[in-house]
Design a protein around this ligand. Structure first.
Ligand SMILES: Cc1cc2nc3c(=O)[nH]c(=O)nc-3n(C[C@H](O)[C@H](O)[C@H](O)COP(=O)(O)O)c2cc1C
Length: 187
């Protein structure tokens, strides 16, 4: 990736600044499962990395999404930020980071999780069938367990829509041949 910060990145940073409520960090991430079927879920964007213009989410590395992402690395996040009616559709490649990779960021994001969120990583794998109501009584670990991981989305295509502008504005940003290209589209 180019070291020049793409023009969509400060737009996203400003949009987040205008939407300080925690729920504005929720985005929908679509990807393919390991059979090639489309699948989508809500995730929290925990960090934006300035150095690489990428998005960081946390997840359970035993989850279905992670199995699929190991086969098909592409994913698209759809993120609507309501204060200024902005939608970002960010398509890119996902890198998964478990124990031993990006240790300081992984530790930092683990520290920021609530006790209840940390406790979820002591349970059976997400999507595991529960025959009867099970009590999950393990205390939350202090250090990140092996199943706690980072999902880093490195966008190569960003489709931006601004519904507050009159007329509405849409810009497509694409990373090709080592640089970002931008062109306006009819919304
Ligand atoms: C508001 C909200 C926030 C969520 N945040 C996360 C998250 O940060 N990480 C995560 O793995 N799952 C999160 N989930 C749960 C996922 O949407 C999903 O149910 C779970 O990750 C299993 O998805 P999968 O079967 O596609 O792997 C969140 C769900 C909601 C409704």
């Amino acid at each position: 990736m180019s070291t020049v910060l793409p023009a969509w990145f400060p737009l996203l940073q400003h949009a987040l600044h205008a939407n300080p409520q925690p729920s504005a960090r929720y985005l929908q991430l679509a990807s393919l499962d390991d059979s090639g079927a489309v699948t989508c879920r809500t995730l929290v964007c925990r960090a934006l990395l300035d150095a690489t213009a990428s998005l960081v989410m946390t997840t359970d590395l035993r989850s279905t999404k992670v199995k699929g992402l190991k086969h098909h690395r592409q994913a698209e996040a759809c993120w609507y930020l309501p204060a200024r009616q902005q939608q970002f559709r960010l398509r890119g490649e996902v890198t998964l980071k478990g124990p031993g990779r990006s240790a300081s960021l992984r530790d930092e994001l683990w520290e920021r999780l609530s006790e209840a969120s940390r406790q979820t990583f002591t349970r059976p794998a997400p999507g595991h069938s529960l025959g009867q109501a099970s009590a999950f009584t393990h205390p939350a670990p202090t250090a990140p367990p092996d199943c706690f991981g980072l999902l880093v989305l490195q966008p190569f295509r960003v489709d931006y829509l601004d519904l507050a502008a009159s007329p509405h504005e849409r810009q497509l940003y694409e990373y090709r041949a080592g640089e970002w290209h931008q062109r306006p589209l009819n919304p």
